[in-house]
Design a protein around this ligand. Sequence first.
Ligand code: LLP
Length: 419
Amino acid sequence: MHYFRYKNNTLYAEEVSVASLAKQYGTPLYIYSARTLRRHIKAYTDALKGLPHIVCYAVKANSSAAILRLLGSMGAGADVVSGGELYRALRAGIPAQKVVFAGVGKTDEEIEYAIKKGILMFNIESLEEMENINRIAQRLGKRASVALRINPDIDPETHPYISTGLKKNKFGLPIERALEFYREASSMKNLRVVGIHKHIGSQITKVTPFVDALKRVMVLFDNLKQEGINIKYLDIGGGLGIQYNDENPPHPKELAKRIIPVIKGRDVTLIVEPGRSIVGNAGIFVTKVLYTKEGVDRRFIIVDGGMNDLLRPSLYNAYHHIIPVKRRRVKKVFADVVGPICESGDFLAKGRELPSVSRSDLLAVLSAGAYGFSMSSNYNSRPRPAEVLVDGNKHYLIRKRETLNDLIRGERIPEHLRG
Ligand code: LLP
């Protein structure tokens, strides 16, 4: 659910016309709806009401300072995967005690930074990482709180690039050997074992993989208890899907209904790490038609937004609805919507049925709030787009469009190459 709707055939973000935002801020442009963000966070907190819990928003989905601030102000914590994300979360006012840190390749500097800030826990992904965190904590004279990320070997039935909980994936520690790893962790003087973590993938549209994975983890949880290892935090990761096209993903309420009984009776705080389901449908990407042309066997709509701005179609062949900002009664055409980047893989849609458009028309790419701007780049030396947050009838620039100067910031030309 979101608040991007037509009124009199003109697309609105909440109470603000998208065309007026494009005019004021230019294109390509990301627009987010604050009301949608609030609604999505609330969906989780309401669903989990019966249980001590923390919603650790997955910062990678969209790491905008304003969005982090908004979510943090509603009580969200953060799931971070780098020192950079930790920095962003803390700067946005999210308390370190609500931050969990995942990722297979944490560097010494990142580990030290997180220990010094006193995060809730590291989600450890290998034995060597465990030893390293212990060593760094010892050097700092601290104890680091940790969870082990368990790979439950469950197929989330999603795109192979975003499935993470299978044996063949690089993530986590195999569940078969989990007990042994936990014993090891508990014996390390500068670690405090506080949690279990799992995350099986992203854009999951069924409840069953979550439940199956959780059941496996709960067996481990109970075994650990018998060994005297008490787990305070049960982190079940993120991954709940959203509707891009015709998917019918479960509501957090349905997920909660099925997982709460599996956890019941244990004295534990549940952590969830949703990213996409919070921001995905809270954002659109607005792009302007530059040209249209007829190829030999297809029509091309060339727009000013490309794969550097929104990579998902190119990288995953992901589907995003594309709709006109002004709805008119015109004939429909089949077309490839492509960007200006010099790569054949630069497209937003292929063979898509769209109302015919002409130069300067605006198109809105829906469900672009998650893994949109956060995966953008400067490829082809394109300044990255502006981002705007709409709240009711107000709108705020939350990130300036990059300038040509931004492109070369930090670059140096060695003296001997200067003329
Ligand atoms: N927790 C962990 C440990 C993760 O690795 C991820 C996502 C999440 C939480 C959040 O998952 P979500 O609720 O957003 O599904 N770039 C891809 C998605 C990659 C997801 C990586 N991990 C895409 O555009 O589809």
